[in-house]
Design a protein around this ligand. Structure first.
Ligand SMILES: Nc1nc2c(ncn2[C@@H]2O[C@H](COP(=O)(O)OP(=O)(O)OP(=O)(O)O)[C@@H](O)[C@H]2O)c(=O)[nH]1
Ligand SMILES: [Mg+2]
Length: 1027
């Protein structure tokens, strides 16, 4: 590695929607420049990077893997990534290790849901993107477009992709689903319009050389510069001028030999732009000449001559016209050269890239130097500088980031070390000694030099160098056993790796679970965490077929958890082993891995455990009514503790959906704010998935602003229904509301609110109200710190005061328990505000007071426990009384179907309770594209069923979108006259969907289910006799 020049390195990844051709493209780059790993004849068909059996079987990529290429004197680390939504976390791991991204878009299918996602990922990680429009051949052979039509289509895709990126640039935060919906709403009528130039420059511009037009299958592709160079001598113009003119509304006037704009053209309707005339038409001609039986073969020869191509006549004589075509095209416009020269020219090397990626990798921390920590701060700053400069000198501190761990069978490891020495591969692998798997870390060196045998610190994302002692569990010391250069599946041992390179490291298996920062010093901040787009939502319980295999299963799950960056393994409250995966395909792969590699026992897998939430219908009619809970209206549930000393009244109201969503999405941030760890706030903001992704701002202020916005928009919608004077009252009630947040639940950060009771509320004789304090409002800055706490005047008796204060936590715990498990089926509550008034009767007042309190304790348990249980019961009862609703998770689903299969597709959708949002013919293709919401509960087997019913012609992609209430009353009984007319007296009303779902969950959890097998038995019998 002595001749290593960091400027001649490129780390790139290929990102795209599923099936847009990433692995096919990678094949050609590998065939051209990997030193003979793949024969050019196999390129495009073998899918070299899909080396797992499962990947070849399903023909999709499931993991990201890297390969080192040599192009001229450049070394290029290429990472192929999966496009399927289930494996999108692998996109995050690929993006973190790269500096540039090739964004592929299928020219026929255009921009898809995952295209949005990968563009966002590239933008978050500050990668330099280049656009590759793939499958251009399909425009000619399948869609049979004319060159003009093809140009319009390509132009539209480029424009659309630019629009998405400019949305990210202008910091309009939209989740992936939101941005698709926003785009489709605004799209109408914009098509074919003259594209208005945004104030800022477009990211992708063919004339600037960062857009390539390719056909990965046949191995050809070009950038505009190729044609500019070629025509420069022919037309006698400069290549630079042609490069600018070959895209956009520029025309060539053969008489004057001038390039002119629209105005300079006499007959605009007949004119062809230069891109059409000089680029697409020759292409179309070659295709036509080669593929059509009556095609003019002379034309082929003309092209070959004018472009100076020498093609062995053996290949030209081939009977199969496709082979002839491929032979010509791949020599005329060789794909791997086009792509790699674009990469080398347009993408930065590690030194340049790290200088601007630093703000993402190691955001500046604002820590006050208090004298004690200056040594640490100075060194941490040096490290930051060294990463910024990508310093690979021998003295530079070492920093590397491990973006995932992956397992390889021990027998796959090279038998020899970098210098040809034989190595012992069968060393104990830490805790996982019994398995035949070895864990390697997929990493990038950002500073310094890593060498095998080096000792290094492994830092978790939570490590804080300033809190030395208390951070022991976040830092470990490890030895790097071996380093490998990755060649797809193959591994090439190396002795050392310099900054700016991607590497696989052995020896960290027992130190790292998913990702980590490696550093040669403890005084280093961990690199910021990666952002994942989705959470693992599909959960199943797993048990061994033979109970004796439990040990093997648990060991296997532990290995799987380490080997897959995204899987989550937990143990449920009932002791089941629960596996959470991103989707069905991912789950299937995990189960296979468990069966065949990690546990090697036969398994039973439960049906998916779907999560639900519980809420109430809420008063729709009068928004003011809704807020009455604040003033403690008479609409409450009352419970008394068994010892009779505490009376609890609970009011419940529904929160506006926007506020609920915000609280839910900001859970991580709220957790930090409520626990109050100021040092980490800025960092958290960058990594969390919620609304607040603005860098630099104070996260509390941002969140507060979002909360106020959510409330204001609720006031706006609510105020339409009430008269003017009452709007102000309404607003003031809402602001009061924000000042009274005592706690959030469940688990302190959920989307439910506990309000402090209004002290003016009614009193029960002689009793004292537990007042609580608006802790959350205080943390969020809605109320001043330390305003409350002087309440002694109310309570004369000091011991009672202490008791009341101690019971506050019981009220909060009761609220937490209730919101964690609602009354319908023990699922968490969703978007509710509770007002809990707990009145304590002083000992002297109560009638039982003569008995000693110890006796009460024996009989009913500890008083605080009684209060907690009573609060919990009362909250649950309050929900039950207010028309409870079930809330289910929804997927956003994007479907593509040929017109003739629309019928079967809609049949499948309706069987699965889907709601169609949009349906639209894709211009210039026989495909219909449909957007719909599908409940998660109905999504299992959805893709398979769709494939079966449409003979494999439809495809569907699902992304988790939002929570939605099932607007039906699970306990529906006909009451009004009309209902009775329609449904009878209720005896033969079948359980509705909500009721069925609830019963299924209750049965799974072993809760009692009310099931009447025979209803009204006598009635039935009488009827039968009469017949
Ligand atoms: N007609 C045509 N088909 C192509 C082209 N490139 C790829 N394909 C086909 O598209 C399909 C998907 O190609 P892959 O390379 O596996 O796609 P991918 O993007 O790697 O897919 P995932 O990794 O699963 O996301 C294969 O059947 C390819 O043969 C092309 O340029 N033209
Ligand atoms: Mg692939």
């Amino acid at each position: 590695m002595s001749d290593f020049d960091c400027r001649k390195v490129r780390n790139i990844c290929i990102l795209a929607h599923v099936d847009h051709g990433k692995t096919t493209l990678a094949d050609h780059l590998i065939a051209g420049y990997s030193g003979g790993l793949l024969h050019p004849k196999q390129a495009g068909r073998l899918r070299f990077m899909d080396y797992l059996d499962e990947e070849q079987r399903r023909a999709i990529t499931m993991k990201s893997s890297s390969i080192a290429l040599k192009y001229n004197d450049y070394s290029i680390n290429l990472i192929d990534s999966p496009g399927h939504m289930d494996f999108c976390c692998e996109v995050s791991t690929a993006a973190r290790l790269s500096d540039g991204a090739l964004i592929l878009v299928d020219a026929v299918e255009g921009v898809h849901i995952q295209t949005h996602a990968v563009l966002r990922q590239a933008w978050i990680e500050k990668l330099t993107p280049c656009l590759v429009l793939n499958k251009v051949d399909r425009l000619i052979t399948e869609l049979k477009l004319s060159p003009e039509e093809a140009y319009n289509r390509l132009q539209r895709i480029v424009h659309e992709v630019n629009g998405i990126v400019s949305g990210y640039k202008s910091e309009k935060y939209l989740s992936d689903v939101d941005s698709i919906l926003a785009a489709s709403a605004g799209e109408m009528g914009v098509e074919n319009q003259e594209f208005v130039d945004d104030d800022e420059e477009d990211t992708f511009q063919p004339q600037k050389g960062n857009v390539a037009f390719v056909c990965a299958l046949d191995g050809w592709g070009f950038c505009i510069s190729k044609f500019a160079d070629f025509y420069a001598s022919k037309l006698g113009a400069s290549a630079a001028a042609l490069q600018k003119a070959l895209w956009g509304p520029h025309y060539y006037n053969p008489k004057t030999k001038m390039i002119v704009g629209k105005k300079g053209i006499s007959n605009l309707s007949k004119a062809r732009t230069m891109f059409v005339q000089f680029v697409l038409e020759p292409l179309w001609n070659v295709y036509r000449a080669a593929l059509e039986s009556d095609g003019e073969k002379e034309l082929l020869e003309k092209v070959m001559k004018s472009f100076n191509l020498s093609i062995p006549s053996r290949e030209l004589q081939n009977k199969d016209p496709k082979v002839v075509l491929q032979a010509i095209m791949s020599r005329w416009l060789p794909l791997s050269d086009t792509i790699l020269s674009m990469v080398v020219k347009r993408m930065p090397g590690p030194i340049t890239a790290q200088s601007f990626r630093i703000s993402r990798l190691l955001p500046k921390r604002e820590v006050v130097d208090n004298g004690d920590n200056s040594d640490v701060l100075v060194e941490a700053e040096q490290i930051r500088k060294s990463v910024e400069a990508c310093d690979s000198g021998p003295e530079a501190p070492c920093v590397a980031f491990v973006s995932k761990m992956f397992a390889v069978p021990l027998k796959m490891l090279p038998q020899r070390g970098p210098n040809g020495e034989v190595v012992n591969n069968f060393m104990e692998e830490g805790g996982a000694g019994e398995s035949d798997e070895c864990f390697l870390a997929f990493a990038r060196v950002f500073s310094g030099v890593l060498y095998s045998g080096q000792r290094i610190f492994v830092l978790t994302a939570l490590y804080d160098p300033l809190r030395g002692e208390s951070m022991q569990k976040h830092v470990q010391e490890a030895e790097l056993e071996s380093l490998y250069l990755m060649m797809g599946q193959g591994l090439k041992p190396v002795a050392s790796v310099k900054a700016g390179n991607v590497v696989a490291i052995r020896g960290l298996g027992q130190y790292i679970l998913k990702s980590a920062t490696l550093s040669s010093t403890r005084n280093c901040w961990p690199l910021s965490s990666m952002v994942f787009q989705v959470a693992p939502t599909l959960r199943v319980a797993i048990e061994p077929s033979d109970p004796a295999d439990m040990g093997a299963l648990i060991r296997g799950l532990r290995l799987l958890n380490r080997a897959d960056p995204f899987v989550e393994v937990t143990v449920s409250a009932r002791g089941e082993q629960v596996l959470a995966a991103a989707g069905e395909v991912h789950l299937e792969r995990c189960i296979n891995d468990l069966k065949e590699r990690f546990a090697r026992v036969s398994l039973e897998v439960s049906p998916p455990l779907v999560s639900y939430k519980e809420t109430i219908e809420g008063e729709g009619s009068n928004p003011l009514e809704n807020l009455k809970v604040l003033t403690a209206s008479s609409d409450y549930i009352e419970k008394t503790t068994p010892n009779g000393r505490c009376v609890i009244r609970v009011h419940v109201m529904k929160l506006p959906p926007m506020l609920t969503k915000l609280l839910d999405e900001s859970a991580d941030l709220l957790g930090e704010i409520i626990e109050g760890k100021p040092g980490q706030r800025n960092q958290i903001l960058g990594t969390q998935r919620g609304k607040c992704t603005v860098e630099g701002d104070d996260p509390i202020e941002t969140l507060k602003k979002y909360i106020v916005n959510a409330v204001e928009s609720e006031i706006k919608t609510g105020s339409k229904e009430i008269d003017k004077e009452r709007i102000e009252k309404y607003r003031s009630l809402w602001h009061q509301f924000l000042h009274r947040i005592w706690a959030l639940g469940p688990r302190q950060v959920g989307p439910n609110i506990l309000l402090v009771p209004n002290s003016k509320g009614s009193k029960i004789n002689g009793s004292v109200l537990i007042r609580g304090s608006p802790n959350v409002s205080e943390r969020l800055g809605f109320v001043d710190v330390g305003r409350m706490k002087n309440r002694d005047e109310d309570i004369p008796d000091q011991s009672l005061y202490v008791e009341v204060e101690n019971l506050e936590s019981s009220v909060v715990s009761g609220f937490q328990l209730a919101t964690a498990a609602g009354p319908l089926c023990d699922e968490p509550m969703w978007g509710l505000a509770f007002l809990v008034e707990a009145y304590i009767v002083p000992l002297g007042v109560h009638s039982d007071e003569s008995e000693s309190s110890t006796q009460q304790l024996d009989q009913y348990g500890i008083f605080s426990g009684q209060v907690m249980a009573a609060v919990k019961d009362a909250c649950r009862a309050a929900v039950l009384q207010k028309k409870p609703w079930l809330v289910e998770a929804m997927y956003f689903c994007e479907l593509n179907t040929p017109t003739e299969y629309l019928g079967p597709m809609y049949a499948v959708l309706s069987r699965r309770r889907a709601r169609v949002l949009k349906e639209e013919m894709q211009e210039g293709s026989p495909l219909f594209s449909v957007h719909a919401y599908v409940p998660v509960a109905e999504s299992f087997g959805f893709a398979d069923e769709l494939r079966r019913w449409t003979s494999g012609a439809s495809s569907a992609l699902l992304v988790l979108s939002h929570w939605e209430a099932l607007s039906e009353d699970p306990f529906f009984v006909p009451k009004t006259e009309e209902e009775i007319e329609e449904f009878g007296d209720g005896s033969n009303v079948l359980p509705n969907t909500a009721r069925k779902l609830i019963d299924a969950v209750r049965r799974r959890k072993g809760l009692p289910v009310e099931e009447k097998v025979v209803q009204h038995a006598t009635k039935q019998r009488t009827l039968a006799r009469k017949v």
